[in-house]
Design a protein around this ligand. Structure first.
Ligand code: NIG
Ligand code: FE
Length: 559
């Protein structure tokens, strides 16, 4: 066992891996006086404190001192790679101008596009990383991040590369979304068709080919993109293998929500202007309604009754910060939760579900995260509170005692950074991460392999089921699989990372290979390694090897 969290005063969590619709969201399960165990970054058990066996020897133990525990928070809608301030626009709105009027005069999204086109990649990265690390301290363990302030191929790719670096820098999980159709850029002001084609036929295929986004989003709004244009882009995205999202019904009821439901989008976001028809469509679909209290409040667009209507009508509701420089400069999910109670009249249990399980479903992570249940990823927040009501009641300011993200206890400087991991290698080496996992040792086993280019682009991120075997055999199998793939991909030099010390030391010749079943695997690995011009193999800590570990576990889950 890697981690034991003891003396949890109360654990509150939604359950399952599908979005909780309508009133179901108001029921979270609660366990008093319990302990939680974690192994390999996943929850193993939630058990009454009294039932904890004696003589446990976890690698790490945390005394929760009676704190409230909830799942790690999931922020399913952010635009957090940006630069520059739009505080002046905020004041203009206070003086009576509307968001759409400001946009029509060349402010709004266009103002940020100008700033982001000028900004260097490094500066954008640092700024966004700062936001993410503050978000982590506020409990956000998964964040969706959109592009959309580039609006030309080069700048959209620049933003998505920054998002990819954020993803690799960790520790949070980052879900990248391509939002090329956020606004019409000035160079296409008179050529809507041309821009929609550029997004659908040039940008999207490139983004998909380089695996820089998992989702595609469109701003379906008057002054942005029509329903037909949105459909063309989203259908192209689906063809390219991306999952779908949409900004719909934020200021105008155009029909984006119905489009989202018909295309089985993972989410439809904003929705301030939805009517009964949209609500009925959402109630039937798996599409999650993501509501954004920060942006509703800061753009001054009451009424605030729509989330209640969505819930009462049977839709699955999630909440997000919408962190962006225009409508919602908000990083804190706890404050978003408080606002959702205050202005939308959602209940504390509904906002907890909305900020965890339903939010995870909105970014395609419902099976892996969003609740504290055995097998799910160990994302957990310990709050200095006794019950979930206090999170909104104390207005997003309940001190957080600890955040646990992917089974890692977050403390201080959490960004281990790429440099420490050598993923940026000037020599053009392929960067490889391997991990073997067996549930039972021996037991059902799988190999996880991640291969990246020197520049950090992912070429392979896959798990391979191995049937029943031991951990060590699984580790060797992962290495063999990686070498086979690297050869196929034409690699010449390799930087291999593994968290099995045994494997690394045996390959380096520092340990003898004693087990008969490892000998042939070891020989085969040496043979294949000798075919590369230059190889380095390093032992890394398990928590640095989360992607390969996750890949192996995905294969195990499927097997
Ligand atoms: O979600 N509505 C479109 N996109 C953002 C705002 C972007 C901006 O104003 O910069 C939103 O509110
Ligand atoms: Fe948005």
């Amino acid at each position: 066992m890697d981690l034991l969290i003891r003396r949890v005063g109360r654990l509150a969590t939604p359950r399952g891996d599908k979005p909780l619709k309508g009133r179901q969201a108001d029921h979270v399960s609660e366990h008093a006086a319990c302990a939680v165990t974690v192994s390999k970054g996943r929850f193993v058990q939630i058990l009454p404190e009294k039932a904890l066996p004696r003589g446990l020897t976890p690698s790490r133990e945390i005394d929760a001192e009676g704190c409230l525990a909830t799942p790690g928070l999931v922020d399913p809608h952010t635009h957090l790679v940006f630069s520059g301030s739009r505080a002046k626009e905020f004041e203009s709105r206070l003086r009576g101008a509307s968001y759409l009027e400001i946009a029509a005069k060349g402010g709004g999204i266009q103002a940020t596009v100008r700033a982001v086109r000028r900004a260097g990649e490094e500066a954008l990265f640092r700024e966004a990383q700062g936001r993410l690390s503050r978000m982590l301290a506020q409990g956000t363990c998964i964040a969706e991040v959109k592009s959309g302030y580039g609006l030309d191929l080069e700048t959209e790719l620049k933003i998505l590369r920054v998002v990819d670096r954020l993803r690799r820098a960790g520790p949070q999980e980052i879900v990248p979304t391509f939002l090329g159709a956020h606004a019409l850029p000035p160079e296409h002001a008179k050529d809507r068709r041309g821009f929609v084609d550029l997004v659908a036929k040039e940008m999207l295929p490139r983004v998909a080919r380089e695996r820089l986004a998992e989702f595609c989003d469109v701003f379906c709004e008057s002054g942005a993109f029509t329903v037909e244009e949105s459909r063309a882009i989203l259908e192209a995205a689906r063809q390219a293998g991306l999952a779908l999202k949409i900004h719909a019904e934020q200021f105008t009821r155009l029909g984006g929500t119905r489009l989202a439901c018909s295309l089985e989008a993972a989410s439809a976001d904003h929705l301030a202007c939805v009517g009964d028809e949209e609500i009925a469509a959402l109630a039937k679909a798996l599409t999650v309604a993501v509501v954004l209290p920060g942006s509703a409040l800061m753009t001054g667009s009451p009424p605030y009754a729509y989330p209640r209507r969505l819930l009462d009508g049977g839709a699955a509701v999630a909440i997000a910060t919408d962190c962006n420089p225009g409508t919602s400069h908000l990083e804190s999910m706890p404050l978003a939760m408080a606002l959702a109670c205050a202005i939308y009249k959602m209940t504390p249990a509904e906002v907890l579900t909305a900020a965890t399980l339903n939010a995870a479903c909105a970014v395609g992570r419902g099976h892996a995260a969003g609740s504290v249940e055995p097998g799910k990823r160990a994302d957990l927040v310990l709050w200095e509170a006794e019950e979930i009501r206090e999170i909104p009641y104390r207005f997003g300011q309940v001190p957080i005692k600890r955040v646990i993200c992917k089974g890692l206890v977050v403390e201080g400087e959490v960004f281990s950074g790429e440099d420490a991991l050598d993923t940026k290698d000037e020599n053009g080496a392929f960067v490889i991460w391997v991990d073997g996992a067996s549930r039972g040792n021996p037991g059902p086993a799988a190999a996880g392999v991640v291969i990246e280019t020197a520049g950090g682009r992912t070429l392979l991120d896959e798990g391979f089921a191995l049937g029943e075997t031991t951990n060590n055999v699984a580790e060797y199998s992962a290495l063999l699989k990686a070498l086979e793939e690297a050869e196929r991909l034409g690699a010449k030099s390799l930087r291999i990372h593994a968290d099995s010390e045994l494997l690394v030391k045996q390959i380096k010749g520092e340990y003898k290979v004693r087990h008969a079943n490892l000998k042939p695997l070891h020989e085969e690995a040496k043979k294949r390694l000798s075919r590369f011009a230059d190889v380095q193999i390093r032992h890394v800590r398990r928590e640095q090897n989360t992607r390969a570990d996750a890949a192996a576990n995905r294969a195990l889950d499927k097997a």
